[in-house]
Design a protein around this ligand. Sequence first.
Ligand code: HEM
Length: 440
Amino acid sequence: MQAGLNLQQAPPIWVPFRFFLSAPLFGLLAAALMLWQGPELFASRWSASTLAATHLITLGFMTMVMAGAMMQMLPVLAGAPVPRPKLVAALVHPLLMLGTLLLAAGFLLAQPLLLQCAVVLLGTGLAVFFGSMLLTLSRVRNPTATIVAMWLASIAFGITIVLGLTLGTSHGWGTPLLSQSLRDLHPAWGLVGWTGLLVAGVAYQIVPMFQMTPNYPRWMTRGLTACAFIVLALWSLAQGATDWSWLRVASVCLLVAAYGVFAAVTLDLQRRRRRRLPDVTLEFWRVGMVALLLAALLWLSRQLPALAFAQSDVLLGVLVIGGAAVSFISGMLYKIMPFLTWFHLQALPASGMRMPNMKAILPEKAQRRQLRLHLASLGLLIAAALWPALFAYPAALSFGAAMVFLMVNLVSIVRVYRACLQRAVQPDHLSGVAEKPVRQ
Ligand code: HEM
């Protein structure tokens, strides 16, 4: 597992952990909002409550984990440590938390002042994160396919944030938008660019390493993310020009093909994996890949007016955000957090104490229970997107339950880490540690 990893340069464990542990809280807030607003939240993509819930998840859950994971992975995968990681985390994490809360509250209460504060806080925090990622990436000597994807994802992140801040300024200060197409470009760069490119790049490294599959084919790792980035840029150009609809349709077809092939190849690699033991992360990723395939087909079908239907916008959002992104991220958390815990415990000064292995740090049963809840909530969210009046409340409740269980699981990892750390510094308590289960 450690092959090719440069673990000595990893930042202190609390740098990524503070981001990872906050994420389910935002998921839970989004669920509470769904419960409060009911069917209205699923009725339209543009309602205030939909925008608030969307950002609680895209910024509070997804970007939160992705930021922590990048700070952790860049040193480990590329040997390029983030400069002053503790300071960067201490700035980015609270600004992202507070900014996201204010943005959601600003949408919900239609309060320009809240939106103005959100724009300032998010603009500052995310600029610090963006700057430190670019600085770190520019120091990588031999960029692998994963690093190229991280470069492209970071640029897509920068574009998402500039567009998001422009839209936020328009909501907060009432400045007119240069073009209405910015309202489509921002979510596209956030989901297809920032999220999609990072997931693809990380998958190239993580799927073969953790899921014991063959490597991704070279033609894919060499070209897919760059092609997707260029096509997304062409699609953006076409959005602004009314008579370029052929380019818009062609670029949607190409993006659908790129992500469809990525999902199909990943599913095939997982089918051919060498180790047949049950693995919950793999199942989360399978769910994510199937949701990605469905989302790609839905986006394609929307290009034909005959196949368009009223709720397809909301359904697309549910499939991409709740289906693909939340599944990938949850699966990743279940690998990264126990692995980092195990790794940092190994690095403790030798105390004669036997440290728990990854399976003891977070037992598979607990992960599987949460996977089942996640699947139920995904099914109900899809149903709520199609029939809001019937399914909005069950969807909210099940999504909230899945987030609570995710939080419980992540906190239990931290408790194991703390317990081992305490025993390592208090040798009196050494006896019995090897035999005693470390899970509290
Ligand atoms: C500085 C951070 C951000 C700000 C200030 C921001 C602001 C906004 C605003 C004001 C809108 C509403 C646009 C309109 O009125 O048409 C919007 C929509 C949207 N944003 Fe963001 N955003 C930010 C980051 C992100 C990120 C990182 C993502 C994704 C990873 C994202 C995903 C979306 C989506 C999906 C929508 C459309 C929501 C819908 O269709 O219901 N945003 N954003």
